[in-house]
Design a protein around this ligand. Structure first.
Ligand SMILES: [Zn+2]
Length: 401
């Protein structure tokens, strides 16, 4: 006889639910075995709310989809390029406390063999999340891979090690893609490099989204890349040719091409608050994406850490290597609060930027970014000031920082 597995059932109630598209007052969400089984408004539910053991009452909070970070290198002392289930378990445990439910494990430029090894390790964990130890505690999961490099500009590589940068090349890309068992969802590249346009078309045809960044491109080079299929821009303003009103360059083109998504690191360090406002006015509610670009020092005290294979010094919220910003120590819950503060936007407007927008950009809407029946029960509860009060991943509540 097959074993009878009891249904794990949780009911969540709160003041409001923003599901990725609209607001529902007095939601009652039933979660069974880590997935959302039903969503009703208590006003319309036939029976009064079923307060029972296992009911999570978030009172005045707004429930929303857990955050989805498409650009993150590590946290809590670990880099995703370690690519071991143990390292990703620690990263995921920390991110869960910050409201992130899923993320694209983001590589940096490294020797090709190192990157290939990391990609096959990451693919294994993405395929088998149960390899991570915390089956009984909620963790954020990698649901794909973002290759940030090696096809980047020497002039704008930031702290990425220049000796391992490569010209865009379809055969090299395919080796990376195969090593990752097709789990590469996003690749950041510099569109002005020889071979970039061909690689953009090739990656796009394989279902990989292309983001433009670490680039000194002119406006014409950027437009050619968008024409070839590029859909997003990587950490707008950072590692980009600065704005010149006679040659708009990549930055001017990113800000004025309405169809293009664009990432921003909203930590108050990578971009001044006034330019966060400018970026949002330019990109609008449906194309703006908040990312952390966090590295292993996120959630850790000041000190020396690794980003990919190189050392980074962290002091007072700044991660620096060789005098240049080297990733951030930002978390998405703080990015949300910063963004609301800098722009004055209400919570439900700001939430799009960490949930449904990155899901639509990457095409991963079945896995992240919305709250809907049948989806994994990955939610956050947020108070009216934008402060995270709880994360619930695969139906289990996580402690918040
Ligand atoms: Zn990065």
């Amino acid at each position: 006889m097959p074993a009878i597995i009891p249904t794990m059932r949780t009911i969540m109630i709160a003041k409001r639910l923003w599901n990725g598209a609209s607001l529902l007052e007095n939601p009652e969400i039933v979660i069974e075995n880590g997935r959302i089984a039903s969503i009703v408004s208590r006003d319309r539910a036939a029976a009064p709310v079923r307060i029972q053991d296992g009911t999570l009452d978030f009172r005045d909070a707004t429930l929303a989809p857990a955050f989805f970070d498409v650009h993150i290198h590590g946290a809590a002392g670990h880099d995703v390029m370690e690519a071991s289930p143990e390292a990703l378990d620690v990263v995921g445990g920390f991110l869960a406390m910050c409201g992130t439910g899923s993320y694209l494990a983001t590589t940096v430029t490294a020797p090709l063999d190192t990157t290939l090894r990391s990609l096959s390790g990451l693919a294994r964990v993405i395929e088998h999340p149960d390899l991570m130890e915390s089956q009984d505690k909620p963790i954020a999961r990698p649901i794909g891979i973002h290759l940030e490099g090696p096809f980047l500009s020497h002039a704008k590589c930031g702290v990425q090690p220049a000796e391992y940068l490569l010209a865009p090349d379809i055969a090299t890309f395919d080796r990376l893609y195969e090593a990752a068992e097709g789990r590469v969802c996003l690749v950041t590249l510099a569109p002005e490099l020889p071979g970039a346009v061909e690689l953009i078309a090739h990656a796009t045809a394989r279902g990989v989204r292309v983001s433009l960044g670490h680039s000194n491109a002119t406006a014409a080079e950027t437009l050619a890349a968008i024409e070839a299929g590029a859909v997003s821009a990587t950490h707008t303003f950072n590692a980009m040719r600065p704005l010149d009103h006679r040659e708009p360059g990549i930055l001017g083109t990113v800000l004025t091409t309405d169809s293009l998504y664009a990432e921003l690191i909203c930590d108050g360090i990578h971009t001044a608050p006034a330019l966060v406002k400018l970026w949002y006015r330019a990109k609008g509610a449906e194309r703006a994406i908040l990312v952390t670009d966090a590295m292993s020092a996120a959630g850790m005290p000041d000190g020396e850490y690794q980003l990919g294979g190189f050392p980074v010094q962290v002091a007072q919220g700044r991660a620096m290597a060789r005098g240049v910003l080297a990733g951030s120590v930002l978390t998405l819950d703080r990015a949300l609060m910063n963004f609301m503060k800098y722009t004055g936007l209400p919570l439900e407007s700001a939430l799009r930027l960490l949930t449904v927008n990155p899901a639509l950009m990457t095409g991963l809407t079945k896995l992240a970014g919305t709250v809907a029946v049948g989806q994994p029960a990955d939610l956050v509860a947020i108070d009216e000031t934008g402060k995270l009060v709880a994360s619930i991943l695969h139906g289990q509540p996580a402690a918040v920082a």
